[in-house]
Write a protein that binds this ligand. Structure first.
Ligand code: SF4
Length: 93
């Protein structure tokens, strides 16, 4: 069997017509949803900083909402929060 070089591989995972990210609602993927616990939150905004999908909206320096159309349920926000103000909850099927 002859191995191919990477140059022989077909093109893939190419993002065309940038910016298209608003069209792809990554929230469709998720199996877990962040549950925000406002009474524990100190608004250090680490979750907002680390969210890979910009799904956490901030207004006047405070968390306003989680945009579940784009939250893909990765749990980074819950992992990074030092106050445990976010819990990941399994979605019901
Ligand atoms: S679960 Fe992931 S995508 Fe959703 S708000 Fe938290 S960090 Fe962002």
């Amino acid at each position: 069997m002859k191995f191919k070089s990477w140059k022989d591989l077909p093109e893939g995972a190419i993002v065309r017509d940038v910016p298209t990210s608003p069209e792809f609602k990554t929230g469709d993927w998720k199996s877990r949803t962040p549950k925000y616990i406002p009474e524990k939150c100190t608004h250090d905004l680490l979750c907002w900083l680390y969210c890979p999908d910009s799904a956490i909206h901030v207004k006047d320096g405070k968390i306003e909402k989680f945009d579940l159309d784009y939250c893909k349920g990765c749990g980074i926000c819950a992992s990074i929060c030092p106050q445990d103000a976010i819990e990941m909850v399994e979605e019901e099927v």
